[in-house]
Design a protein around this ligand. Sequence first.
Ligand SMILES: NC(=O)c1ccc[n+]([C@@H]2O[C@H](COP(=O)([O-])OP(=O)(O)OC[C@H]3O[C@@H](n4cnc5c(N)ncnc54)[C@H](O)[C@@H]3O)[C@@H](O)[C@H]2O)c1
Length: 346
Amino acid sequence: MKIKWGVIGCGGIADRRTLPGMMLADNAELIAVMDANKKAADNCKEKYGAKYAFDNIQELLAIEEIQAVYIASPVFCHKEQAIAAADAGKDILLEKPVGLTVAEAEEIAEYCDKKGVKLGVGFMMRFHAYHQKIKELVSSGMIGEIVSARAQFTCWYPEMENCWRQDMKLAGGGAMMDLGVHSVDLIRYITGLNVIEAAGFVGNQIFKYSVEDAGGVIMRLENGAIAYVDSNFNIPDSAAKCKLEFYGTKGSIFAQGTMSQVEGGEVEILCSDPSLSYDANQNRDTFNAAQVMVEFGNMYTKEITEFGKAVAGERDIPITVQDAIASQKVIESAYISSADKKYQCF
Ligand SMILES: NC(=O)c1ccc[n+]([C@@H]2O[C@H](COP(=O)([O-])OP(=O)(O)OC[C@H]3O[C@@H](n4cnc5c(N)ncnc54)[C@H](O)[C@@H]3O)[C@@H](O)[C@H]2O)c1
């Protein structure tokens, strides 16, 4: 069964990534696209063979055959558009972050729940073949009990005019909201551990827009492990490797370049000698070091296919809004603790 889709917001992520991915999904059919800028909608209609293009959400939502909408508009539009889609009875795949604040995200979640529509969130990096593989390796116990994790996700994002992502009122936050939320989500997803406490710092060092150009958060996972996330809008793209690291009592997993908009990167696993005892020389020879190999696919095709299966009742929602809110809470804790100089307990 093919799920009939409408797409709201035809900008960067929709046009460059998700719509091309949707075209490859066996269970998806694109019916209509909408963007506040009609030219952007017309462009996607033409490129991806939609039947309709609109600059008004109500016209798209009035099309009865549309079962699910993908909302990829700027964050400040999410609440109003998710509510409108829920009122129209459409299931919703909403881009991250869910809302401008955790409180707004919770309102969206409650409204969709009340209206009985399915709401999933677009943390597509969970579908990256390497992230799936790392999750499998961690779950198998290969590196023992997780004692530490770390994720860095950055980009170079200089001041630009009329850029919603650089305006606190329109984006809700900067490097941490935009990039750091993926890192928190991946650490929670891969370890399967909730965050129970978090504190962080945010600030502006290089760029003077109203959202932070850098931030970091330290979190305590429910098994006692401490994890670290740092995100910058002020590191040149070619100067960062976007590392994702998991350390356990029997070994570790290092990924670099996997946190990206396309599947790629490399992953190495280091396992220690199973007869490990205290070594005063702190010898760092590893018992077994290996490159992990996977077959890359298209994260967006998997995201659309899996949410489509949930719409069809063939599986649960792959990434629930409650799950996404748990990650957004950690990001918000960095803003709160940076302002109040206190840390947050969940
Ligand atoms: N999952 C990811 O890795 C990822 C990556 C990039 C963006 N995103 C998310 O996707 C969303 C869009 O980001 P983007 O980078 O594509 O932004 P963008 O600025 O490139 O595109 C946004 C589009 O929305 C349109 N728009 C503005 N107001 C609108 C409205 N009221 N109704 C409909 N369309 C409207 C704009 O004209 C533009 O075409 C954001 O929530 C962002 O956080 C997620």
